[in-house]
Design a protein around this ligand. Sequence first.
Ligand code: FAD
Length: 216
Amino acid sequence: MRQTAIVTEIQALAPSVLQLTVSFSQEFRFQPGQWVNFRFPEGGPSRAYTIASAPQRPEAVQLCVRVGVGKGGEALRKLEAGAEVVVEGPYGDFLLPNDDRRGVVFLAGDVGIAPVRSIVLYMLAEKDPRAITVLYEPDQRHILYAGDFDPLARAGQIVHEAGSIETLVDRNRAAIKDGVVMAAGFDPFLERAKRALEAIDVDPSQTISETFGPQP
Ligand SMILES: Cc1cc2nc3c(=O)[nH]c(=O)nc-3n(C[C@H](O)[C@H](O)[C@H](O)COP(=O)(O)OP(=O)(O)OC[C@H]3O[C@@H](n4cnc5c(N)ncnc54)[C@H](O)[C@@H]3O)c2cc1C
């Protein structure tokens, strides 16, 4: 599917991290965890960005993007609210397994929290009974979406811990061994998450993962 859309809001979530709100004239249906191909205006580049919002709100989606050094980063710096863009998709199979009742442990690095936020908000809205653990390695202590995750953790609805992925995996080994592991982020983070799982004797090939490519 290919739709034109309007970037209605651009918010800085942290240094070099923006949240784009993209609004559609028709509903944009997707499954939590999926990504879109975002075509910048005026013949600019296109880049894959993952939807950070829950599918219960299909008329607008939120994207959480790191402004890198490449052509995508350059186009992001020029992007203004009100811009018309083209969105293709949704794509991807970083999806919550339907037929598995085990708890879900998410390993997310930096903006890799985007699909995790979408899936967690969806699970809570759907009253999914599975235990949810979010293990998050922020970039330079900027905990993205703390405003969503902190109250949920305080209310006991999820476990949300931040720190280095090696420490978090080691500390949560019991939940990991009993659960489904879903990992998202740039390649260097995923590589370290894989090694951290191996260090606690968990086979990383069983992990559902989404790579965002090289660190921008
Ligand atoms: C499935 C998928 C989902 C994704 N979801 C997200 C998401 O939700 N949020 C997000 O932020 N990103 C996401 N990405 C990554 C995103 O699509 C871009 O690849 C990323 O933002 C880098 O784009 P860029 O244009 O800045 O770099 P590109 O121009 O594509 O360059 C690629 C890499 O080359 C290097 N490079 C390029 N130019 C220079 C330069 N001048 N100097 C030094 N090094 C350079 C950098 O390492 C850079 O990352 C996703 C990627 C995939 C595949």
